[in-house]
Design a protein. Sequence first.
Length: 302
Amino acid sequence: MTLDVSIVIAAHGLSQSLGRCLQALLGQLPGRKAEVILVVSGAGPSASEWLAEHRFPVILIELAGAQNLARMRLAGIRRAGGSIIALLDPFSIVRQGWLDELISVHSRRPAPAIGGAVGLYGRPGLAGRAIYLNEYGGFAPPLESGPAEVLPGCNVSYKRSAWEVVPVEGEDRPGFWKTFVNARLIRERHPLWLDGDLIVDLDKQIPFMDFLGTRFLHGRCYAGMRRVRMPLIERLLRSAGAPILPIVFLWRLARTCLRAGTARYLFLATLPLQILLFTSWALGEMAGYLAGAGASCDRLIY
């Protein structure tokens, strides 16, 4: 049987958020030719027992050792049998009608990669709201549908034909890295699309200091991978320009938040935390352009 959709979720360990993610998603599967592939790393021998206990009928892939997000996602993509391959985070709680809209928008739009909006789940504290806004504030609903240059990693999907245009794994980048795959699609004149009716809510309950550290790792990993084929003078210039990145990022986020009253309030309330988070990313980029990625990419688990 040909599947319409394969939904890949990469999770480092098991959590209540993952349980809520699967519960919301699996409720939309009846009557659909779809599969859910859960790739876990660092979960120990309890993963299959946990799934059986909660009666989650998913395909389980267990990877030995602590694997990063890119490698986990690649393992799920390689196992997927659907004509559409969607990537969710274990923190993504799909809203009602998400799966129907996913199939519909891929049938209506030729774009090889399609993303959606990202709302906020529940009522987290100030730190949780800062994490949400810093990572996905640009995708807060209501979101106008249209062409896009950036798609949210926690709510993104690809037509299988996209891999005919862009290899799913980069030659010098082990694993699936959304940012570089999407950039290549754009360079090959295959525009991306954002669908405002394709919505997930973020349930990312992690300590603020952990997230602050991952911002540095993300920045260093990103710059380190870009650095590989970059002339020395460009690496030095980009490193020298890193101190202005927090200002650029803050301006972009502020401009986005002006369109919604709630987002405007969140931006002002979390401004000191946003400065910390964007500064951490900028320092990571500086280190990446100067010294390379180091072990930063391997340490990215969400």
